[in-house]
Ligand binder design. Structure first.
Ligand code: CP3
Length: 347
């Protein structure tokens, strides 16, 4: 008989026997076994070959007793399935399109059938579910419409988001239509991931922080509410990830996800106070805290644990992905400290 993983219980704000932990980018460049495989295959080949994506997803679980694994993939692959060229350049990062303008890329988008176009992701999910340790949850994910819109319009990463913001302010109706199309594609993709077996969904809205609270409420929140409501119907918990959370916390609370993943710029105790006991939270250690010597690292982890665990509904994580130069033994230490922490309301 399979029991509900403690990670899923914590996402639903139910009591747990110990605090669940997983780490964003836990499968990645700080692990020598990832770097070895990455030396043999390009990043996109790892993502698009289900056996390799499965191997990478499970790599950190060989070392650490994490309570969840995140599917190894990338938020930009959906844009490729929507008709946009995608490449990863070692030096400049992702590149979208073949020199067309942002407006041209936006106009040429289509809503793909995930089974036809993202079958490699769904196959990877089924393979991972077949070999993941008992009690360890599998998290599926996607980008959120706004963050995907920035990559699409800019053609890659950006410093000032000039193209996105000028499009948004000059053509608000077209911007809303774009957000709607992206939300439609995301809803179908996330439902397909759930049907393939993921236990939770995380939506990455990395760049929401560039918006004022008023613009966030006007241009992003309604699309997020519709997307989250559509996915929620499927019965798995939803997590919303963003950076620079404190300015948008109240708006994000209205999105309808079960969990908000917070960065380190907000005090976790204060965030829990503001959000109340119904809303689960995830986070929020600064990834660079892992560069401290062990005794100080332990103190930092305990401080976060104490603030996060005052009510049920807490998942330990960093505020953003683990840095590639992080010492692996410090990750080991972090996981041990979380595991041995006595939960105030333990089941
Ligand atoms: O957490 C995980 O390891 C799961 C897989 C995952 C990746 N990217 C793998 C990846 C997830 C959930 C993401 C999300 C993602 N991708 C986000 C949102 C979260 C965040 O970090 O803010 C964004 C903005 C992207 C887009 C992206 N992908 C960029 C800008 C880059 C280049 C910069 C970088 O970190 O290298 C990527 C590449 C990428 N995605 C790598 C990995 C492991 C590095 C590829 C490599 O091994 O060279």
């Amino acid at each position: 008989m399979s029991t509900v993983p403690r990670f899923v219980k914590a996402c639903l704000a139910q009591p747990v026997d110990r605090i669940p932990v997983w780490i964003m980018r836990q499968a990645g460049r700080y692990l020598p076994e990832y770097r070895k495989l990455r030396g043999e295959y390009p990043f996109l080949t790892l993502c698009k070959t289900p056996a390799l994506a499965t191997e990478v997803t499970l790599q950190p679980l060989e070392r650490f007793r994490m309570d969840a694994a995140i599917l190894f993939s990338d938020i930009l692959l959906l844009l490729e399935a929507m008709g946009v060229d995608l490449a990863f350049d070692e030096k400049v990062g992702p590149r979208l399109g073949r020199g067309e303008s942002g407006e041209e890329r936006v106009r040429s988008l289509s809503v793909p059938d995930p089974v036809q176009e993202m079958g490699y992701v769904l196959d990877a999910i089924r393979q991972i579910k077949g070999s993941i340790p008992e009690g360890c949850a599998l998290i599926g994910f996607s980008g959120a419409p706004f963050t995907l819109a920035t990559y699409l319009i800019e053609g890659g990463s950006s410093k000032d988001f000039y193209a996105t913001k000028s499009f948004m302010y000059k053509e608000p109706a077209a911007f809303h239509r774009l957000m709607e199309t992206l939300a439609d594609a995301l809803e179908a993709f996330l439902k397909a991931q759930i049907a393939a077996g993921v236990d939770a969904i995380q939506l990455f809205d990395t760049w929401a922080m560039i918006l004022s609270p008023a613009d966030y409420r006007e241009l992003v929140l309604p699309h997020m509410q519709r997307l989250v409501a559509g996915v929620k119907h499927e019965g798995v918990p939803t997590i919303h990830f963003s950076l620079g959370t404190s300015t948008l916390l109240d708006a994000m609370d209205q999105m309808g996800t079960d969990v908000l993943s917070l960065d380190w710029k907000i005090d976790l105790g204060e965030a829990r106070e503001r959000l109340g006991p119904q809303k689960a939270v995830q986070g929020n250690l600064d990834p660079f805290a892992l560069f401290q010597e062990p005794a100080r690292l332990e103190e930092s982890v305990l401080e976060i644990l104490e603030k996060g665990s005052r009510w049920p509904g807490y998942v330990f994580n960093l505020g953003h992905g683990v840095h590639p130069k992080t010492p692996v033994e410090n990750m080991q230490r972090l996981v041990e400290v979380v595991h041995s922490f006595p939960v105030p309301q333990a089941t």
